[in-house]
Design a protein around this ligand. Structure first.
Ligand code: G3P
Length: 234
């Protein structure tokens, strides 16, 4: 059973799994994948975290010990709100924080800043996503998030990893973000499928990976997780 309330620590190097809305990763599938990820992280001594669809947040937060994150959260206080997911709801269910500004759910820079502040004020973590170096630098400087993920949208869901196809964008994000926000840890994602993709990402200075389809859309998610874990040991 996971702890109630408060943010759970996200360690580094970090294996962060975004389940998105892939059909095999909805409902009980999300919990099964979460249990696989948690056990693999324990066995390989790698920090892991999972971002299921909003409908699975509370169950995974209750059943897992690893940090559970929302894929998006709205910068609103509790009250007469309909159809939003707000930071207070995450706190109330032991969720550790949220991705923000994923390229599949983009929000204005001012909203990134406002939401990051609200999450921080609630002791929750933000993982700010950016698609290019300029956005990564601008968002890191303005929001100073605990984590920033660099993910070129054109590589998301593809078969070639960002660490192979665009090593300069990973290395550039690490260098620029470190310059403007030294405490922000950079993750990279998009097309990460193999242990070698992970090894290269870490070698380029990333402090973890943000992965989705390699696991959430896999025939065998446990085998896909094991393959990715190889890269953390190399
Ligand atoms: O949030 C991570 C995601 O955008 C990367 O997707 O399928 O290329 O691992 P994928």
């Amino acid at each position: 059973m996971g702890p109630t309330g408060g943010a759970r620590e996200l360690g580094t190097p970090l294996f962060l799994l975004n389940l998105k809305s892939y059909l095999p990763a909805l409902g009980n599938g999300a919990l099964a994948i979460g249990r696989n990820l948690q056990e693999a992280g324990r066995r390989h001594r790698v920090s892991t975290a999972i971002a299921p669809s909003a409908a699975s947040l509370e169950v995974l937060s209750r059943e897992l010990r690893i940090p559970v994150l929302a894929q998006h959260v709205d910068p609103l206080e509790p009250g007469a709100r309909t159809g939003f997911l707000i930071p207070a709801s995450l706190s109330a269910t032991g969720v550790a924080g949220s991705l923000l500004n994923h390229s599949e759910h983009p929000i204005p820079p001012a909203q990134v800043l406002e939401t990051s502040k609200m999450l921080r004020a609630s002791g929750l973590v933000s993982i700010v996503c950016s698609g290019d170096l300029a956005a990564a630098t601008r968002l890191a400087r303005a929001s100073r998030p605990p984590f920033l993920a660099i993910e070129p949208p054109e590589l998301i869901g593809g078969s070639v990893s960002v660490s192979v196809a665009r090593p300069e964008i990973v290395r550039g994000a690490v260098e620029r973000v470190r310059r403007v926000s030294p405490r922000t840890r950079v993750l990279c994602g998009a097309g990460v499928k193999t242990g070698e993709d992970v090894r290269r990402a870490i070698e380029l200075g990333a402090e973890g990976i943000l992965v989705s389809s390699a696991v959430a859309a896999a025939q065998n998610p446990a085998a896909a997780i094991a393959e990715l874990m190889r890269g953390f040991k190399a």
